[in-house]
Design a protein. Structure first.
Length: 88
């Protein structure tokens, strides 16, 4: 896969089997800020609904997503804005 958004989508789909997954690259809005890179692909908004989140707190959901995306953070992903909900 060539770009980060494809890798994010693949990793999140494999880990959580979401019923809704929206990923938006917000890197352009963060140009000049800490963690922003010239090529972008550093800041994302993720909206996801998944049955895997049932019974988990907001913090637990966020930690689970960050754990799955650890390889991306190790290669330049800087920040996520997360909206994570349990599917019914």
């Amino acid at each position: 896969m060539e770009n980060r958004i494809d890798r994010l989508r693949a990793a999140l789909t494999a880990a959580f089997a979401p019923t809704l997954l929206e990923i938006v690259d917000d890197s352009g809005r963060h140009a000049g800020h800490a963690g922003a890179a010239a090529g972008g692909q550093t800041h994302y908004t993720i909206r996801m609904h998944a049955a895997a989140f049932t019974g988990q707190s907001r913090v637990a959901r966020s930690r689970a997503v960050h754990d799955v995306l650890a390889p991306e953070f190790a290669t330049g992903l800087h920040a996520l804005s997360l909206s994570l909900e349990a599917s019914s």
